[in-house]
Design a protein around this ligand. Structure first.
Ligand code: ATP
Ligand code: MG
Length: 438
């Protein structure tokens, strides 16, 4: 029987890789101009880290993590997100003493045992961005602006914007006490109309019911009390200031007073960015503020805010998929996968020399293919065509004696003679011609 990949775990074929790499590069360039530093944290952490940070009673920790005991019987978990790991790193390495703001980003796979469906995988990539510092509405607004800048980078013209920002505040632990009480009461009263999962959530994690994707739950929740009516003066003022800054810098947003996050540690500002054309799983990026997480994990009290972009969903919103077209043609990006040049050698004696020439061309950055086969010109040209090579360079014994080669533009089916003094000269000339024409 054929062995298949684990459900919800995806291969990246070269075409996928090219698209993801393109997006990652854009994101990295922007992040660096905002002075974010790239880091890498482990994929595997002690289970306790996630229990203490994300919260024991969240969906993620209760049923979505890949948790197991290793050979030493230690409980380990494949990271479901990166924030907790970054906090652990900051505490463990004592980075909290460094000048503020501390700004980090990391890009890599996250693991959640969810039901695989369109836009929902069990291994997925996140571009995770975190900022640790005393916060103010300007810093928060700038971080939200940054998330938008990254998402829009592949097209960056105003009219094409396919992303909408949803904004809410979760208040501080103080405003949440009374709110949670009232929400709990409301949910208890409407219990029979909630799905089975939400019935369990009521006591464990009532806020999460607001995030249920089930239609009948959504219906119930649409009449629930909203946090914005329970805010203390400071939280209310803070939220107003944040919105003023967003207005000032020209970021449009929709206030969604029932927006919550799946993780326990958020306070005050939270946001989601949704994209058109993604169906039910339309949140491309999400984030918020978490002032007490570092302290909870044994570090000092240091406010923080961050967001994560789901790479696969972002890619679908840009390049489309089987169902929707996307807003950018991937053709140009995928063309980069094709060889610039296919080297055709006619004659056994030429094989060693061809090796030399290919190495020189590659050192100059030309994407070269060469198969070292003693096949006819016709057969080799056919192969070059199949491999979608842009050019072929044809060399035979006769031509070599005359110090000339043939460079063939495969698409246009035109060719020209290139005279040369030596390999170095030939490779320089070929590079020049290819560059000029592309
Ligand atoms: P959702 O409500 O879609 O489950 P979430 O609240 O669990 O999202 P976060 O933990 O905030 O998501 O993760 C941030 C982003 O990571 C999401 O907006 C999404 O783009 C991506 N993401 C989260 N879970 C998955 C998944 N299972 N498969 C693919 N991408 C995901
Ligand atoms: Mg989720």
């Amino acid at each position: 029987m054929k062995i298949q990949a684990v459900r919800g775990f995806k291969d990246w074929l070269p075409e996928d890789f090219a698209k993801y790499e393109y997006l990652i590069k854009l994101a990295k360039n922007i992040l660096k101009t905002y002075n974010y530093k790239e880091i890498k944290i482990p994929i595997l952490e002690k289970t306790e880290l996630f229990v203490r940070s994300i919260g024991e009673f969240t969906d993620i920790v209760q049923k979505e993590t890949y948790t197991f005991q290793d050979r030493n019987k230690e409980f380990l978990t494949l990271r479901p997100e990166a924030t907790a790991g970054i906090c652990r790193m900051i505490i463990e390495k004592g980075l909290f003493v460094n000048p503020k703001p501390l700004k980090f980003f990391t890009i890599g796979p996250m693991f959640r045992h969810e039901r695989p469906q369109k836009g929902r995988l069990r291994e997925f990539y996140q571009i995770d961005v975190e900022l640790f510092s005393p916060l103010n509405p300007h810093i928060e607004a700038e971080l939200i602006f940054l998330a938008m800048e990254i998402l829009k980078a592949p097209f960056s013209s105003q009219e094409k914007n396919i992303y909408t920002l949803e904004l809410n505040t979760l208040g501080c632990p103080n405003c949440r006490i009374k709110y949670k009480e009232d929400l709990l009461k409301f949910l208890e009263e409407n219990k029979e109309n909630l799905c089975e999962t939400c019935k369990e959530r009521i006591t464990r994690n009532p806020l999460r019911v607001l995030d249920c994707k089930n239609e009948t739950c959504k219906e119930v929740v649409s009449k629930s009390p909203i946090i914005t009516e329970y805010l203390c003066k400071e939280c209310k003022d803070h939220f107003i200031s944040l919105k003023e800054v967003l207005d000032f810098i020209g970021i449009k947003y929709i206030e969604n007073p029932r927006l919550v996050r799946g993780l326990d540690y958020y306070v005050r500002t939270i946001f989601e960015i949704k994209a058109k054309g993604l169906g039910a799983q339309d949140t491309v990026a999400a984030g918020g503020r978490y002032d007490y997480l570092l302290k909870e994990l044994g570090g000092p009290e240091l406010p923080a805010i961050g967001f994560a972009i789901g790479l696969e969903r972002w890619a679908i919103s840009i390049f489309g998929d089987e169902e929707n077209k996307g807003i950018l043609e991937s053709k140009k990006i995928l063309e980069k996968l094709n060889p610039d040049l296919f080297i055709i050698l006619l004659g056994k004696e030429l094989l060693n020399k061809g090796f030399e020439l290919a190495t020189l061309l590659r050192k100059k950055g030309i994407r070269c293919e060469i198969t070292y086969e003693e096949k006819s010109l016709k057969a080799q040209l056919k192969n070059a065509d199949k491999l979608l090579a842009k050019y072929s360079l044809i060399l035979g014994d006769e031509e070599l004696k005359k110090k000339s080669a043939i460079l063939r533009n495969m698409k246009k089916s035109i060719q020209e003679e290139v005279e040369f003094k030596n390999w170095e000269d030939l490779s320089t000339k070929v590079l020049k011609k290819i560059k000029n024409e592309s």
